[in-house]
Design a protein around this ligand. Sequence first.
Ligand code: GDP
Length: 292
Amino acid sequence: MKIQWYPGHMAKAKRKMKEDLPLVDAIIEVIDSRCPNSSRNPEIDILAKDKARIMLFNKADLADPARTKSFMESFRKQGFYTMEMDARSRSSVKGVSKLVMESCAELLERKKQKGILSQSIKAMVLGIPNVGKSTFINAYVGKATAKTGNKPGVTKGAQWIKIGKDLQLLDTPGITWPKFEREIVGLNLALIGSINDEILPIEELIFYLLKYLTRYYGSALVSRYGETLQGKEDALEAMDAIAVKRACIKKGGDIDYTKVSRLILDDFRSGRLGRISLEHPMKWEEDSQMEV
Ligand code: GDP
């Protein structure tokens, strides 16, 4: 199942982002902790080679804590300054300024040696749709500045925001990229709500989710949907059992796959299934080969 979403306004936003890149010292990427690899735009690494890099692991409250920790460690080794957060909480975003300043310490030192006294930093905030970028900016600034909504593509335009006396943020619209190189990326982005739901084949998507959950999070299925899920290793069997349990049955007695799919997707997105990560730090290659 190939999922792709790159509407025209994103191509335009990318051109603008490229134009603005020379203006900034640092890049702050907001990602979804449930799938760090899938939820970061791979084009950024090419475009932002010589910038300080900060990666904010948002929605950490919904992700598997051990996996988040391990992902953060791995990105730190690649030179990123990382922090986990729940952007809805102001206390959670408090450490960001310190992190940005740390990431730019060398740059500030070089400036100082050249006699430039200003310690001012400009950072661009990037993120694919629905990772919580606007929620983060609003919590960070302390007032509603960016529009938020649980619908991809809500953030409009780009804008500069002043944080204290030394930091300026450039907010940008959430964009995806033209071609997901692996099928699993499209699936994960669909599951976390970064792709317009209207274009999604929801039953296939949930079939994939159940394949993944029966492999890694069987106990979450049991705690949410009951003992009948115990030991279910087959995704379709699991889907049927959930449908029966939750009365997702059509008039004639057939299973209502659309209804049960919506229910499972909702449970996953809201965290009612527990803290679940869609990627495993050590098994990314293996999972990408999973047949859908
Ligand atoms: P954007 O498209 O990246 O700007 O995303 P938004 O800021 O509009 O957020 C999308 C949805 O995710 C909203 O319903 C937010 O309330 C929710 N959200 C944002 N950050 C978090 C978080 O850290 N944890 C949880 N559970 N929800 C979040």
